[in-house]
Ligand binder design. Structure first.
Ligand code: UT7
Length: 332
């Protein structure tokens, strides 16, 4: 029987208009433009402002753009997965809200939370549903309004994160294209280093949790950095080895944009030159689930059918992973 693979057949990204620069942050906390650029590579990030504007706004813009661009009717979509750590509400799923906003009526929708690796987990899940032959059009959204959980008095975290995301359409193909292989991993012992203390069932919201600023991201940067450098590089090298890919065979590394130094270390370990690495962290910062779709969106015109892409991420949990995929279309 011919093998069915899941191919990306369209991508669309969206970021809000408002920009928060390093110079703006200099006025808010004790930091400098130079420190932020040297330690992270970030110059600016986009921020979603306004009442009633949650992550679903980002997802809805991205999905509506994707449907229009690919000439897909909302009724044709079978399934929607939204990777996010900043859902509009704890329930219902933000994917449900996005589907409703976009007129997607014949799909089942759910969220996936694997922090910065959520997008990779969602792609692998979507691809399995497609490979089964049961589903024909699946949308994966990666979107986060990180500004909703960032403490803008904490200089160690507020400089990193931004808002934005993107949506991808997956369809079946019998060509040798699409998702070829994946490695996903997690290790819950990483929880103490990166988490949000309150708001969940362990510590429901209270006056005390608000006063203690426990509804924001808590991160111990150095241990996270060490784990990220080792694991993102290891898992990217491992997927190349397993698929007999040399650095020459790899056309693009698509890394999660958490820190330019982590991206550089991963590229070095893979032996991939910087000209093959998608880097847009300077403009968007770390948009968590949004980083990889925003890269693919920014580079879409440079991608060619058959290009070998390695997607790689590391994030809270800890979670990490890599995906080997063959790009399925030439620029349209
Ligand atoms: O995507 C999810 C996964 N997350 C990550 O991958 C993030 C991984 N971690 C990192 O990217 C880095 O650890 C950070 C960017 C968060 C921090 O960079 P670092 O080079 O690890 O800095 P550090 O935490 O070791 O801090 C060095 C110094 C400290 O001062 P002292 O103790 O040496 O006097 C900090 O207080 O820099 C200070 N510092 C700052 N200084 C100016 C921390 N934040 C700032 C700041 N501006 N914004």
């Amino acid at each position: 029987m011919t093998k069915i693979r899941a191919a990306i057949t369209g991508i669309h990204g969206w970021v809000p208009e408002d920009i928060l620069t390093n110079f703006d942050l200099e006025k808010m906390v004790d930091t400098t433009n130079e420190w932020i650029i040297t330690r992270t590579g970030i110059k600016e990030r986009h921020i979603l402002k306004g009442e009633g504007m949650g992550t679903s706004v980002i997802g809805t813009e991205a999905v509506n753009g994707l449907l229009k661009k690919t000439g897909t009717k909302p009724e044709e979509i079978d399934m929607v997965i939204c990777a996010t750590v900043t859902p509009d509400m704890l329930f219902p799923a933000t994917a449900n809200i996005i589907s409703h906003n976009c007129g997607i009526k014949n799909a089942f929708s759910f969220d996936m939370n694997a922090a910065c690796s959520g997008l990779l987990y969602a792609i692998v899940t979507a691809s399995k549903f497609i490979e089964s032959g049961a589903y024909k059009k699946v949308i994966v959204v990666g979107a986060d309004k990180m500004s909703s959980i960032v403490d803008y008095t904490d200089r160690a975290t507020c400089i990193i994160f931004g808002d934005g995301g993107g949506a991808m359409l997956f369809e079946p193909t019998t060509e040798d294209l699409g998702v070829m292989d994946s490695i996903l991993q997690s290790d819950g012992s990483g929880m103490p280093y990166l988490h949000q203390k309150a708001g969940g069932s362990l510590k429901p919201p209270s006056l005390e949790t608000i006063a203690a600023r426990e509804h924001f991201i808590y991160q111990e940067g150095q241990p996270v950095f060490k784990f990220a450098v080792i694991n993102m590089a290891d898992v990217s090298a491992a997927i190349m080895e397993r698929n007999n890919l040399s650095s020459d065979d790899v056309n693009w590394l698509v890394p999660h944009q958490a820190n330019l130094r982590i991206i550089d270390a991963t590229a070095r370990r893979m032996g991939v030159g910087t000209e093959k690495v998608m880097i847009n962290i300077q403009h968007y910062g770390n948009t968590t689930s949004g980083t990889i779709p925003l890269c693919l969106w920014d580079w879409e015109k440079q991608l060619r059918k058959g290009d070998n892409l390695i997607l790689a991420a590391f994030g809270g949990g800890f979670t990490w992973g890599s995906i080997y995929l063959k790009w399925a279309y030439d620029p349209k």
